[in-house]
Design a protein around this ligand. Structure first.
Ligand SMILES: Nc1ncnc2c1ncn2[C@@H]1O[C@H](COP(=O)(O)OP(=O)(O)OP(=O)(O)O)[C@@H](O)[C@H]1O
Ligand SMILES: [Mg+2]
Length: 327
């Protein structure tokens, strides 16, 4: 029986700030099938990285469940457990925005790439073969194995980051803004490389990005986050051509006709910036303060996901009113 590559159920993550708790991720549920790419978008502070890091096993969750290929991820309490697991045979690997920080500066590229395989107990010859294969696969010369991270350009290091994520054959790769720190001239090449490798390996991918054009290009489905919650989720063609949630509409309107690889950032256009909310008792829709369709009912209870006419799932009390306003 094939399991989903990823199942997230009612996931929540609280952060303590002073004497109160902020909920950075709240009641998030989603599923990814094997080989599927899910895009995750939303303005700065909406909880995308927090969600990605929990799934990758780099951050503990406060509540909820994460299943990878049918196996529940344990709830660890010590961050060391996460780091160890992420470095070894964790079934989810991550490609980070900052390729320099994600590589150990004291290890050669070959050592960094071989590390996960070594910890898994692979033989030396196997490791050398895999390192050479993956360096070539990501467009680097085999001699790059002898170099150190500081001797490479940002684009080359991100190629290494991609090789390192895929070398241990994970079930899922989480990419968190993998090209936003790179020169615009190399962004498209790296995106293309990621797409080719993901397809060829059949690995599921959670792709976090500010660039909506890139998400639309890569991801068959897209989830939109706002203040820790998923407000809209569905097939990318439907979501991008008929955005339904008022927040999705604002987000897309702020990104009229971006080119793939363009550096347009959500934060600069989707003001005012959202901030994680203090945890309080009953509360209404988090988008209510910014919503042009708000009415009193919106402030009483959080909305649940309903199917929109476009076929996406939308968390909005006023869904039918919003849809009618379009006609
Ligand atoms: N270690 C932490 N301690 C306290 N608060 C945190 C911590 N990490 C994240 N937060 C808060 O959680 C919320 C979500 O942050 P997160 O980094 O996940 O957002 P994001 O969507 O990835 O933003 P960006 O697009 O800027 O990368 C923010 O309000 C942030 O300030
Ligand atoms: Mg982030």
């Amino acid at each position: 029986m094939t399991h989903p590559a990823l199942e997230v159920r009612a996931l929540r993550r609280l952060f303590r700030q002073g004497d109160q708790y902020l909920s950075a991720v709240d009641n998030v549920s989603l599923t990814l099938q094997p080989g599927e790419v899910l895009g995750l978008v939303g303005e700065s502070g909406s909880g995308k990285s927090t969600l990605g890091r929990i799934i990758a096993g780099l951050l503990p969750r406060s509540a909820g469940e994460v299943w990878v290929d049918g196996v529940a991820l344990p709830q660890h309490s010590r961050s060391g457990d996460f780091r160890r697991r992420a470095r070894t045979g964790h079934p989810v690997q991550m490609v980070f925005q900052d390729s320099y920080a994600s590589l150990n500066p004291r290890l050669t590229i070959g050592e960094s790439l071989g590390e996960p395989l070594m910890i898994q107990g692979a033989r030396r010859a196997e490791i050398e073969q895999a390192v050479e294969y993956w360096l070539t696969r990501v467009g680097l010369p085999a001699e790059a194995a002898e170099r150190y991270p500081h001797e490479m350009s940002g684009g080359q290091r991100q190629r290494v980051g991609i090789a390192r994520a895929f070398i241990s054959k994970p079930k899922l790769v989480v990419c968190d803004e993998p090209v936003s720190a790179l020169d615009v001239s190399v962004q498209a090449q790296i995106i293309q490389l990621l797409r080719d490798i993901q397809r060829e390996q059949g690995t599921a991918m959670l792709f976090i990005a500010h660039d909506l054009a890139v998400v639309r290009y890569l991801a068959a489905r897209t989830a939109v986050m706002y203040l820790g919650e998923i407000v809209e989720l569905g097939d990318s063609p439907a979501l991008f051509s008929v955005p339904t949630h008022p927040y999705t509409r604002q987000l897309l309107a702020a990104h009229l006709e971006p080119e793939p690889g363009s550096s347009a950032a959500l934060d600069t256009v989707a003001a005012p910036a959202a901030r994680a909310l203090p945890l309080s008792g009953d509360r209404g829709c988090r988008f209510a303060p910014r919503c042009p369709f708000v009415d009193t009912g919106c402030r009483r209870a959080p909305p649940w996901l309903q199917l929109s006419k476009a076929g996406t799932e939308v968390a909005c009390h006023r869904l039918r009113v919003v849809e009618a306003a379009d006609c």
